[in-house]
Ligand binder design. Structure first.
Ligand code: SF4
Length: 346
């Protein structure tokens, strides 16, 4: 692997990829800019969201928060609101914290150095490498699942991608493929090839620019790569919520910073014994998180005495809201679906 000839082979594959990208790369709004703020926002949004699904969110977010200063000055609730629909809300909270960090530690100027970028809240090695290569030309591969999949297939490497050394292993390979002064375009090319051509399922090998070099394709073994040991099984978790209503108002409270759904709003999870005569089981919603299968039971409690409703809210730190006002708040997906469901039923 370390011979000159093999290094030239790696570079040849990198050049084929780049040549393909220059003709077939996707025309996306964030491709026409080197503004690190915009590249950062797009990298965070599209980490867990498909481009087609997240593009409107990206445009709206950039329109409302066009620069670091505007984002840093915004209220937490508003940032979460603009994130609504993208899920994984901790990403929005981290963006907000990192914007404040840039203002406080970097005098409001987006850092240019890889390690400084990596020090920002919520920014991992992949995102830091993507920003520093695309915006500042740093020669670093932005290694993610696309790199693992494409490189495993092209070179028929049976390196287990769930191994903790996979990142450094594939980073070293990717560096050998990277043509000089083209780090940003090379990383973007890999993103596009991985999502448009060398997809996890049904790769389009017939039109792939690497099909002549690709060992897995030529050996008829595409589905053996990338190699990955079995995932840990998701565990089951049951949650109970109470939608406590009085005169079209209901109770909510903001979650803390621990466990899932950080800083989002939720309903009470317990109610006093005297409410129990008013309870009906209203809906059960099944929801999957990365490592958990959730069963969310929602019970409806209708209180007719406002005094009891208000006292319970006061003593337990709940705020009151109504369906219309709740649109301005961010809820975990199952509760958001529940609210939509009761709204549609009215
Ligand atoms: S030939 Fe097929 S498997 Fe190989 S890199 Fe291209 S799309 Fe992926």
């Amino acid at each position: 692997m370390k011979s000159k000839k093999q290094n030239a082979d790696f570079l040849h594959v990198g050049e084929l990829l780049l040549a393909w990208y220059k003709i077939h790369g996707r025309d996306l709004p964030f491709r026409n800019t080197n503004d690190p703020y915009k590249i950062w926002i797009c990298e965070i949004i599209f980490q867990q969201t498909r481009i087609e699904q997240g593009l409107n969110h990206y445009n709206r977010f950039i329109h409302r928060f066009p620069d670091v200063q505007t984002l840093a000055q915004a209220e937490n609730d508003e940032v979460l609101l603009y994130w609504k629909g993208l899920g994984y809300y901790s990403r929005a909270l981290n963006l907000h914290k990192a914007a404040l960090q840039i203002v406080q530690e970097f005098q409001g100027k987006f850092p240019e150095n890889y390690n400084d970028i990596l020090s920002l809240k919520g920014v991992g090695k992949y995102t830091a490498a993507a920003i520093s290569s695309i915006c500042f030309g740093t020669k670093l591969p932005a290694v993610d699942g696309n790199f693992y999949r494409v490189l495993s297939r092209v070179f028929a490497y049976d390196f287990d991608i769930s191994n903790s050394k996979a990142f450094s292993y594939f980073s070293e390979l990717a560096l050998r493929m990277m043509p000089e002064n083209e780090a940003g375009h090379f990383n973007e090319a890999m993103m596009d090839l991985g999502s448009e051509i060398c997809r996890p399922k049904n790769p389009k090998c017939g039109i792939c620019p690497l099909n002549k070099e690709c060992l897995a394709f030529n050996l008829g073994k595409i589905h053996e790569f990338p190699m990955k040991s079995k995932k840990a099984k998701a565990t089951d978790l049951e949650l109970n919520y109470y939608y406590v209503e009085c005169d079209s108002k209901f109770l909510i409270k903001r979650r803390g910073d621990d466990f899932i759904w950080k800083r989002l709003y939720e309903f009470p999870t317990e109610v006093p014994a005297e409410f129990k005569t008013e309870i009906v089981h209203h809906k059960t919603i099944l929801h999957k998180l990365t490592h958990k299968n959730l069963t969310v039971n929602i019970y409806k409690v209708i209180l007719h005495k406002e005094e009891i409703f208000k006292n319970f809210a006061l003593e337990n730190g709940f705020m009151t809201t109504d369906l219309e006002e709740s649109h301005q708040k961010s809820f975990p997906k199952p509760l958001e679906n529940y609210l939509k469901w009761i709204e549609d039923a009215i």
